[in-house]
Design a protein around this ligand. Structure first.
Ligand code: ADP
Ligand code: TRP
Length: 318
């Protein structure tokens, strides 16, 4: 029996931290064992906010290396970038013609930008249309995303329904899969770990960086257990192992932090080394991305032929 199809997109932004890894990245790797997976780098989406050639190139290569390093296996996953498949932008135009302005004005991302009084580019306004094409061209069964992307997937479903109603059954309605909420990973200051708060343990940190981050963890404690240190530690080891250690070392924050540094190093080092290996041969990594693009293109262009046929622009004899 053929596997169900999974699809998701990742924005090429910045250096990932262990919060991103446990909250999202790892789950793509785990799910790729059970699904025929399409994972792509949403570079045309990122063009809304990265408008610098060097930065764009670096970011694309960096996410590619990040995902290869965490073990995304190109044999199981079609890994590609959006800009290699021109069908996305082509279909986005067609979706624009069946979608109303008031409908898109209800999108959270647009409303948030407007509330901040930002000058909104048309690309941001139309973002949900491009995202609908990302999804619908590949007829996935499931689309795993963080809770913040729920509405975008719902817009994709609505758009598929609307197209099907007007032009006849063409697109499969994707099911939303909200990525399992792992407990929010706290940062070194106890707030949510986030690039914007400068409180991260980078996923591919060098030993010295791990040490510095852990030593800076704020040691608010409950019954002698420093809760931020414990919460990060608990990502690496189960409570049944950790609690006895923490209880036998109540109040000994330095020792507990040293133990966490060692455990983080054990966990991070293999991925960090794998990333370095991939980084030594960028052309090889890019060849994986390109091959993924060729495979994805076949699927997308077949769907696009069907769309052209349905809307009536296909006037030539076959
Ligand atoms: P950041 O806050 O660092 O900018 P993003 O918003 O780019 O992170 O998040 C990318 C993905 O990582 C999302 O799916 C998000 O849910 C997940 N994620 C980010 N920070 C955390 C965290 N501290 N704990 C768990 N998951 C997180
Ligand atoms: N919008 C998503 C984000 O901000 C990224 C994305 C683009 C995506 N296209 C997608 C996710 C299609 C799932 C499916 O994280």
């Amino acid at each position: 029996m053929s596997k169900k199809v999974l699809l998701s997109g990742i924005k090429p932004t910045g250096r990932p931290h262990i919060g991103n890894y446990f909250g999202a990245m790892k789950q793509f790797v785990d799910l790729s064992n059970d699904y025929d997976s399409y994972i792509f780098i949403a570079d045309y989406h990122a063009l809304n906010f990265i408008q610098n050639k060097t930065e764009m190139k670096e970011n694309i290569i960096n996410v590619l290396l990040d995902y290869l390093a965490i073990g995304l296996d190109p044999k199981k996953v079609t890994l590609y970038k959006q800009s290699d498949i021109s069908e996305h932008t082509e279909l986005a135009w067609i979706f624009d013609t069946i979608t109303t302005m008031p409908y898109l004005m209800r999108a959270h991302a647009y409303k948030d930008a407007e509330a901040k009084n930002k000058e909104i580019v048309v690309g941001t306004f139309n973002y949900p249309m491009l995202m609908a094409t990302d999804i619908l061209l590949y007829s996935p069964d499931v689309v795993p995303v963080g809770a913040d992307q729920k509405q975008h997937v719902e817009i994709s479903r609505d758009t598929a329904e609307k197209f099907n109603r007007i032009f006849g059954d063409t697109f499969k309605l994707p099911e939303l899969m909200i990525i399992k909420e792992v407990a929010v990973v706290p940062g070194t200051d106890g707030r949510k770990m986030s690039k914007s708060y400068n409180n991260t343990v980078p996923l591919f940190a060098e030993y010295e960086e791990i040490k510095k981050a852990v030593m800076s963890i704020v040691t608010d404690s409950e019954e002698g257990i420093p809760k931020n240190v414990y919460a990060i530690h608990n990502l690496l080891r189960p409570a049944s192992e950790l609690l006895p250690i923490y209880k036998s070392k109540t109040g000994k924050y330095k020792e507990l932090k040293e133990l966490l540094i060692e455990d983080l190093e054990k966990f991070i080092a293999p991925m960090r080394e794998r990333r370095k290996e991939f980084a030594k041969d960028i052309p090889k990594a890019l060849a994986i991305l390109k091959a993924g693009g060729e495979k994805a293109k076949k699927v997308a262009s077949k769907k696009m032929d069907e769309v052209r046929e349905k809307i009536g622009v296909n006037v030539y004899e076959k």
